[in-house]
Design a protein around this ligand. Structure first.
Ligand code: SAH
Ligand code: SF4
Length: 363
């Protein structure tokens, strides 16, 4: 049988090899994996970190995903939506801080009013930003026409996590109805790419019922659809959700954390040039968790710009960090933390996925 060193010297990994890497328990082998992934990142991208300012636009959501704290069935939260002026102020703040990109994220709504509102908002943001300022959207499932319209107006990237590439598991963590349909979500990912976006997806790690084989398939799925960007992190339970009752069946938090780092590391080995985010959920488990994500091969951080007063209402999961901070503190503390990890924040740069640049050159 190949040693871990042998596997790590290969350029293409089989499913069995991925499963072996994800299952590593021994610290020495684990360290070898993380080091290998980091060296690949240094070669392909450098010790650079790109920042995206995250704006949690609204927690109003028509969906009822079984894992998420802002699901429509949760009556225990105040629903909010930022005004356009509030968003524009945050965009200005981002520019003052030399960020070249914001991510607009919200619960899923796709009625005409919402689509029109976002259409106008993108136009307003474009008016106050330089042409190279990037807008990433993470607004859930929309029609192809809507994706295309927003792209043509100047949004360049779209994040839509598949959540899990296993249709079976998808069904277990969502209600069984038309608005929670695995094949529609897949189709949306395809449409996002077809509309021209740098396309991002991701999964939750450590979900109830999830196996290591599922996670290996998730990584192979990302490779197969030739994704440009990935944001994946540990699943964290929320007491006002149906999946909470399975909390005692989950991996321990530190195991979920380490498994998430291994997922990042293996993906970096499989896809050296994509952008991989080190997610806030990692920081919820370990205070310096996002920095560890960078050392495992991630290269993107998304400091939260959402005004402090709304943060407590955008709890996708419990123990979300920095919910009582304002954005200034978030960006400043990030700068120090990244430095401590031996990495360097690239300001004034939009940091497109190198993978996307290569792929579109070849098309
Ligand atoms: N409504 C949009 C975007 C907001 S949700 C959408 O669903 O695409 C953004 C992401 O939060 C989801 O894709 C999901 O992966 C993550 N999320 C939700 N609940 C979570 C939980 N309990 N633990 C970890 N991540 C969670
Ligand atoms: Fe809504 Fe997204 Fe949460 Fe699902 S994951 S309930 S779509 S915000």
């Amino acid at each position: 049988m190949d040693t871990i060193k042998d596997i790590l010297s290969k350029t293409a990994l089989s499913k069995e090899e991925i499963i072996r890497l994800l299952s590593l328990k021994n610290k020495e082998d684990n360290d070898l994996l993380i080091k290998k992934a980091y060296s690949i990142k240094l070669n392909s991208i450098g010790n650079k970190v790109f920042l995206r300012g995250l704006i949690e636009l609204s927690n109003i959501c028509k969906k009822n995903c079984f894992y998420c704290g802002i699901r429509s069935g949760n009556t225990n939260i105040n629903r909010y939506s930022l005004s356009d002026d509030e968003v524009l102020q945050l965009v200005n703040f981002a520019q003052e801080k030399h960020l070249k990109e914001i991510v607009l994220q919200s619960g899923e709504v796709n009625n005409d009013d919402f689509v029109l509102r976002i259409t106008k908002l993108i136009t307003k943001i474009k008016k106050i930003t330089s042409p190279d300022f990037r807008i990433t959207l993470s607004l859930g499932e929309q029609s192809f026409e809507t994706y295309k319209k927003w792209f043509d107006l100047g949004a360049q990237r779209y994040l839509l996590r598949i959540e899990t590439s296993s249709e079976d598991l998808y069904k277990k963590i969502h209600p069984d109805n038309k608005i929670h349909n695995y094949n529609i979500r897949l189709q949306c990912l395809e449409n996002i790419r077809k509309a021209g976006y740098q396309t991002g997806t991701g999964v939750m790690i450590g979900l109830p019922f999830q196996t290591i084989e599922n996670l290996a398939d998730d990584l192979l799925f990302m490779k197969k659809i030739d994704i440009d960007m990935v944001g994946m992190g540990p699943y964290l339970e929320h007491k006002d959700t149906p999946l909470y009752k399975y909390k005692d069946t989950l991996l321990q938090l530190n195991e979920r954390f380490n498994l998430s780092l291994r997922m990042i590391a293996v993906l970096r080995i499989m896809m050296p040039y994509i952008n991989i985010a080190s997610t806030t959920a990692l920081q919820s488990i370990v205070p310096m968790g996002r920095e560890q994500g960078l050392k495992a091969g991630a290269n993107v951080l998304m400091p939260n710009l959402t005004p402090g007063k709304y943060r407590g209402s955008y709890l996708l999961y419990e123990n979300k960090p920095c919910i009582d901070e304002d954005s200034d503190e978030c960006i400043d503390c990030l700068e120090n933390r990244v430095k401590m990890a031996g990495e360097k924040i690239e300001y004034d740069i939009w940091g497109d996925s190198k993978h996307f640049i290569k792929r579109t050159k070849n098309e």
